[in-house]
Design a protein around this ligand. Structure first.
Ligand code: AMP
Length: 144
């Protein structure tokens, strides 16, 4: 299973905010879309960083409520790990587990073309197991 198979099913929509948006605006995007992370992008195509709910919680704890009026660029992770549509889902699962993040933007020809969450990866693993199980049951039932 490849990343493009996940995107085919879930679509290529990615919520983004500009680096100068405030943390308060980031929170409203997270809440509005019911998501856990937003790609920080000046133009919707290039990636400046990623900001997740974990970044907000950690920074709020360290800096207090004044943080809400600071720019997202203050709290985002600037070194973003991305993947390509042809990458294997299995490799992404290993990278997400090893580096402990739950969101990976998909980039093709230097442009943002989707985002994969750990939930998408788990769903694809379950779907794959289920289809293997159906094939095995079918095979056993056909055996003479
Ligand atoms: P998450 O588990 O996705 O909520 O993110 C946990 C931490 O990893 C936060 O500090 C995020 O900014 C950071 N992070 C999330 N996704 C990525 C990514 N694809 N590349 C680099 N850092 C990330």
């Amino acid at each position: 299973m490849r990343i493009r198979d996940i995107l085919r099913r879930k679509g290529d929509a990615v919520a983004t905010v500009r680096p100068e948006a405030t943390v308060r605006q980031l929170l409203s995007v997270l809440a509005e879309h019911n998501i856990g992370a937003v790609v920080v992008s000046p133009d919707g195509a290039s990636i400046a960083g990623i900001a997740s709910e974990r970044d907000v919680v950690r920074s709020l704890h360290e800096r207090g409520a004044a943080l809400l009026d600071r720019p997202v660029s203050d709290i985002m992770t600037a070194e973003v790990r991305s993947c390509g549509p042809a990458d294997k889902v299995e490799d992404l699962r290993l990278a997400m587990t090893e580096h402990r993040f739950r969101h990976v933007p998909v980039v093709e020809d230097g442009r943002l073309t989707g985002i994969v969450s750990i939930g998408d990866v788990v769903k694809s693993a379950i779907d794959e197991l289920e289809s293997e199980r159906e094939h095995l049951v079918d095979y056993i039932q056909r055996a003479p």
